[in-house]
Design a protein around this ligand. Structure first.
Ligand SMILES: Nc1nc2c(ncn2[C@@H]2O[C@H](COP(=O)(O)OP(=O)(O)OP(=O)(O)O)[C@@H](O)[C@H]2O)c(=O)[nH]1
Ligand SMILES: [Mg+2]
Length: 229
């Protein structure tokens, strides 16, 4: 199974070398860091650590992911693993995400921080409440059972192609879970560990970040459930 890792990164020069060091080279073919208009040395430290760097000047988590996937299209892997660049996920747990795909049980595997061990302070209360509301929405509106919209996840290249991802910022994670539900994609959740990020919080630790992410997520849950004619 050819596995590539995608890391969307905005100003993560401090965290990235740690993240890249912890990725199991025996499992992963290449790491693509999507530099999302960073003003620090994110691209430089990523290259120095052996990652492929693609540049996406338009700010937005989804935009960064889409640019990384466009790069992979010329020589696609079997599976893509998404990982944050701030050292809050444990790259060593990539194997846990891949096992259900390798055994043919699932095409989409979500790493659940709610079911795993989260260091105190790493998952804020607004994040926990927001995720619980979004997961309730996924269950009621789309009939699928999740406990998290975790960034740390794996999906087959084939499935990713079928889903037709388009969101360019905070809606990426929930869009994938909504579209997978509508496509009856075989999915599972596995517990993953979570820790405090390295560097300054950009989203979950800021009111503005949490609210904009929350609004976007709720909007997408409604948009796909009640598409406008
Ligand atoms: N916030 C933000 N992160 C981005 C953007 N583009 C890429 N990223 C990266 O996306 C990943 C997730 O963003 P985070 O800022 O960690 O979001 P979060 O985990 O919800 O919140 P914090 O870790 O508290 O900031 C990180 O690797 C960021 O560097 C962007 O436009 N905004
Ligand atoms: Mg983070």
């Amino acid at each position: 199974m050819i596995v590539d890792v995608v890391i969307p990164a905005l100003d993560e020069e401090q965290a990235l070398p740690e993240v890249l060091r912890e990725i199991p080279a025996s499992i992963v073919r290449q790491v693509v860091v999507a530099d999302n208009g960073s003003t620090d040395r994110t691209a430089e430290v990523a290259r120095a650590a052996g990652a492929v760097v693609v540049s996406e000047p338009e700010r937005g988590y989804g935009a960064a992911c889409l640019t990384a996937l466009a790069y992979l299209r010329s020589d696609p892997p079997d599976v893509v693993v998404f990982l944050d660049g701030d050292h809050s996920d444990y790259p060593q747990e990539i194997g846990d995400l891949l096992a259900p795909i390798a055994s043919g049980v699932a095409s989409l595997v979500i790493g659940s921080r709610a079911r795993g061990r989260a260091e105190s302070g790493s998952l804020t209360s607004p994040q926990r409440v927001g995720n619980a509301i979004a997961c309730a929405g996924l269950k009621v509106l789309y009939g699928v059972r999740y406990t998290d919209l975790g960034p740390f996840r794996a999906i087959t290249w084939q499935e990713l192609g079928w889903l037709g991802m388009v969101d360019r910022n905070f809606g990426w994670t929930v869009e994938m879970q909504i579209k997978a539900a509508r496509a009856a994609t075989p999915y599972v959740e596995v517990p993953v560990s979570y820790r405090n990020r390295i560097g300054v919080s950009k989203v979950s630790g800021t009111l503005r970040g949490s609210v904009s992410a929350g609004v976007k997520i709720l909007w997408l849950l409604g948009k796909y459930a009640w598409p406008t004619p």
